[in-house]
Ligand binder design. Structure first.
Ligand SMILES: Cc1cc2nc3c(=O)[nH]c(=O)nc-3n(C[C@H](O)[C@H](O)[C@H](O)COP(=O)(O)O)c2cc1C
Length: 311
């Protein structure tokens, strides 16, 4: 069990926040499979403070997803604080500040990993958030801007002193983006010095590896991102490669239902394509099925196409 403020998290392997992937439908699927909580993708505080319906809608969730963490990003303390007050009305369990996004248009404007370059300001943001909302505030970081500025010790110190209740660490620098490998030695070092729960993150490929990483580094929990796309079973210790096609189909159809309910038929099916490609990846003899599913535009055609397939 992990305790973050007043929030108890029972399962320690968790779906990482991913823009365009960790929406409510996929969070539900992963939560059912054993992911310990639901982490929304990051949402712009500028957009929230302008009352953008599209952005605020990204925080829609189901009760079964709890504990639910809303993740936000921004670079202006007043705007971030105002946005947090707005979304606090939607009753998240935790609010998380993104300090790890490496995309230039975010990080080079001082948001996301850009905050690693201005730690006193990041600390002030956390303090301000703590005062503005009555749920725990957490942060997701990288280990530094680049290899010449590995400031993770300072980052953790500042965040803790500012009242952060947990920290997720992606073991890469901003400059690495997704290249190279995540540095789990640094994650272990952070865990050894931290007084708040630490979630380790980066490159975990399987359930066993998640457990092994927790043992080796003593982190409180781990986040799995890319390896969980098309493989929600990763949270349940069932190996996707050993599954019968009927089980893959069952989850695809369950996920499809959730997508269509959430986004409507047209968008639900379009947005589902990237998931389908990942669900079917690596299965022998499914390329024709995959091509056909990429072209269907109605729920009925999708279900018929997948039902006609026999492995
Ligand atoms: C498509 C995609 C979208 C992402 N979006 C977010 C995001 O919105 N917020 C965030 O904190 N991290 C985001 N990340 C980073 C992941 O949460 C995670 O830190 C990173 O992928 C490393 O973990 P992994 O090796 O298990 O994928 C994203 C990653 C990917 C691949």
């Amino acid at each position: 069990m992990i305790q973050i403020g007043n929030v108890t998290i029972k399962d320690k392997i968790i779906l990482s926040p991913m823009a365009g992937i960790s929406d409510s439908p996929y969070r539900q699927i992963c939560r059912e499979m054993g992911s310990g909580l639901s982490f929304t993708e990051f949402v712009s505080t500028d957009a929230i403070s302008h009352n953008s319906k599209k952005s605020i809608d990204m925080f829609r969730y189901q009760e079964m997803e709890r504990p639910i963490i809303f993740q936000i990003f921004g670079n202006k303390i007043d705007v971030i604080t105002e946005a947090a007050k707005i979304i606090a009305e939607l009753k998240p369990d935790i609010i998380d500040l993104n300090m790890g996004c490496s995309v230039s248009k975010v990080a080079h404007k001082g948001s996301g990993a850009g905050l690693l370059k201005n730690l006193p300001y990041a600390g002030k943001i956390i303090e301000s958030l703590r005062k503005a909302v009555d749920v725990p505030v957490t942060a997701k970081i990288r280990i530094g801007w680049d290899l010449n500025s590995l400031n993770y010790k300072e980052t953790v110190k500042v965040l803790q002193e500012s009242g952060v209740c947990a920290i997720s660490v992606h073991g890469r620098t901003k400059s690495m983006a997704y290249s190279g490998v995540a540095n789990w030695n640094v994650i272990a070092e952070i865990k050894s010095m931290a007084s708040v729960p630490i979630f380790g993150n980066g490159d975990i490929q399987s359930h066993e590896e998640a457990i092994q990483k927790m043992k080796e580094t003593n982190v409180d929990g781990v986040l799995i991102g890319r390896a969980a796309i098309g493989n929600p079973w990763i949270f349940s210790n069932v190996k996707r490669e050993g599954l019968d096609f009927s089980e893959i189909k069952r989850i695809i159809l369950r996920h499809l239902d959730l997508m269509v309910n959430f986004y409507g038929e047209k968008f639900g099916i379009i947005l589902f394509r990237k998931h389908v490609a990942k669900y079917l990846k690596g299965f022998y003899g499914v390329s024709e099925l995959k091509n056909n599913l990429m072209q269907v535009t109605t729920y009925e055609d999708f279900v018929r196409t997948i039902n006609e397939y026999s492995p």
